[in-house]
Write a protein that binds this ligand. Sequence first.
Ligand code: B12
Length: 219
Amino acid sequence: MSVKEELLSRLKEAVVNGDPDEVSKLCRKVIEVGIDPLEAIEKALVAAIRELGDKWIRGEAFIADLVAAADAMKVGLSILKNEIVKRGKRVKYIGRAVIGTVEGDIHDIGKTIVATLWETAGFEVIDLGVDVPPQKFVEAIKQYNPDIVGMSALMTTTMIKQKETIEAIKAAGLRDKVKIVVGGAPTTEEWAREIGADGWAPDAISAVELVKKLLGVKE
Ligand code: B12
């Protein structure tokens, strides 16, 4: 196993174990040895949540384990984000984005990763958090005047709130002022089209490409 593989595997393990101190130590080490922070996010942090999630679904882990892992992951995410920003050739400001997880849904890991990568790409991101009712998205558009509105939904039962939120934005007469993008594991490109969103992305890296494309930003 190379040094890189070994470090990423230990980092993944530390997230699975919900150990924020170890995650923090290993993320600093990752930076020290020059591993691409984006790769560490994908191959260690996200991989850990997916692995533990699968265990939970099989009844081999508890909700408390997942919550601890999510918290540990966020510690790592924030350290790696700072490194991405530091390394970036002075990112140009692209625009402003509002993001949130829709009403009834408290899953925030994927949404937080998308928000983080948008920030590192040059967006000012206003994160509305989780369980965000349609009206709160509407109010946020009025207050912040964003270019992009992103909605995350992780459950088949809450996907419908993405549709209701778009309807609320239309009813408020604000639909033409923003580009709306949706995502989250149960959603698809077809769903996005069906509910009248402007775009969909399967992961955080493509979520960055998507919003740049929607705003006509070229590399
Ligand atoms: C972690 C997790 C939890 C954690 C959440 C911790 C946290 N802080 O978020 C905890 C333990 C709290 C939890 C709770 C629950 N969960 Co849960 N959870 C998961 C799990 C295992 C992983 C989700 C995750 O974080 N994935 C990792 C991230 C990185 O991936 P992601 O979210 O898909 O995000 C990526 C892309 O989708 C995309 N993306 C995401 N958002 C957006 C937004 C935009 C705009 C764009 C462009 C892209 C984008 O980019 C992201 C990064 O690459 C999934 C199973 C699964 N395989 O998805 C179940 C799952 C989503 N949960 C499920 C359920 C049922 C629940 C509970 C109801 C359980 C319960 N009985 O209490 C509660 C929900 C309560 C509520 N009201 O929301 C079900 C949903 C079933 C359904 N109806 O569809 C799942 C599918 C598990 C299952 N198979 O049963 N959960």
